[in-house]
Design a protein around this ligand. Structure first.
Ligand code: AKB
Length: 336
């Protein structure tokens, strides 16, 4: 009998870094897929590494042939800013890649006679408020409000939330001999800030970029206005949320997609913390109107009552603790 493994796609990205480090401590075997080879430190914690695109059919066929997968973290995606430059590629990776992986999960479940938990990080990009005045008036938004994304990435994420729900609840409903094997669970992440990695290709990246540049003593030109406000969360809280939802009893879950919220500072508030913690920091404001329009379509905050009620989501870091206890000391140490 084969030992069930965890499959992580997009394993070399920001979430993958934190997740692999955390899972390595639990001792479950991990198999990864990423477009590039993993850093040696990450690769050491992994049983088997496949290098290639999630859209390459043969990679999933090899995983299917060689491993019994019972838990998937599907992290591979092109983020919001990058997707606007290459929308067709974004659709291929973000939608077709996800569809292939859902089908892979169904086949894995059929081969091994079990449900496969499919963890899917969605995003606040699934929302699209039409203008700044509406955004400010809307306040904290519920999962089912304002689902009219402005970006290709947001459209991709929202659509895949629905396709995942289809696999989990209605897959081949007219075929009498089909058992649904995919247990799809999705988190709508806010902007994530990590002390150990710097994001690329996203539109919430300004928060991380500002902190890391400040610690390196490099000037930073922020691409959004100082009053820009969207929700954020620390990477350790995001990883904990992924693991907690993955383990939650199925009967407790009333939805397939959950909002998460931790804190929602303005860019100016982040700048104050950065310049106080790193007195050499030089932040200026050079607004990119197109990226500004994207963050202006994302909510000020989200209602995460369902996540708290159904599976006990409880982030450790509010704004003060995120910076005082995690970001500032860890980033300072990193660049010392
Ligand atoms: C992005 O900016 O594209 C991502 C996200 C909010 O999903 N960080």
């Amino acid at each position: 009998m084969r030992t069930p493994v965890i499959l992580i796609t997009g394993a070399g990205g920001e979430i993958g870094h934190g997740l692999i480090a955390r899972l390595a401590g639990i001792g479950r075997p991990i198999v990864t897929i990423d477009i590039a080879p993993l850093e040696p430190a990450l690769a050491r914690s992994v049983r088997r590494e496949f290098t290639g695109s999630i859209t390459d059919k043969w990679i999933l066929e090899r995983v299917l042939a060689e491993f019994e997968v019972d838990l998937i973290f599907h992290l591979a995606a092109l983020l919001s800013t990058r997707s606007e430059f290459t929308p067709i590629t974004a659709h291929e990776v973000n939608v077709e890649g996800t569809l292939r992986l859902l089908e892979f999960a169904q086949h894995e479940g059929e081969s091994h006679g079990r449900r496969v938990v499919f963890m899917y990080p969605s995003s606040i990009a699934a929302y699209g408020l039409p203008d700044l005045a509406t955004k400010l008036r809307a306040g904290s938004v519920h999962e089912d409000e304002w689902n009219t994304p402005r970006t290709m990435y947001g459209c991709n994420k929202l659509y895949c939330e629905h396709v995942g729900r289809y696999y989990a609840r209605h897959y081949k409903q007219l075929a009498a001999d089909t058992t649904r094997r995919v247990d799809f669970r999705c988190l709508r992440f806010p902007g994530l800030i990590s002390a150990v990695t710097v994001p690329s290709g996203g539109t919430s990246d300004y928060a991380s970029e500002m902190m890391h540049a400040a610690a390196r003593g490099e000037p930073y030109a922020c691409f959004v206005r100082p009053d820009t406000r969207i929700p954020f969360m620390t990477m350790p809280d995001a990883i904990e949320a992924l693991l907690r939802l993955a383990e939650a009893p199925c009967e407790r879950l009333t939805r397939t997609a959950y909002n998460l919220a931790a804190f929602n500072p303005t860019a100016e508030e982040i700048c104050k913390v950065a310049t106080t913690a790193f007195p050499g920091a030089k932040v200026s404001w050079r607004v990119d109107v197109k990226r500004q329009a994207i963050v202006d379509s994302w909510p000020v905050s989200v209602d995460d009552g369902a996540a708290r009620g159904d599976w006990g989501f409880a982030p450790l870091h509010d704004f003060a603790r995120a910076f005082e206890e995690y970001l500032v000391p860890t980033i300072r140490e990193r660049y010392r």
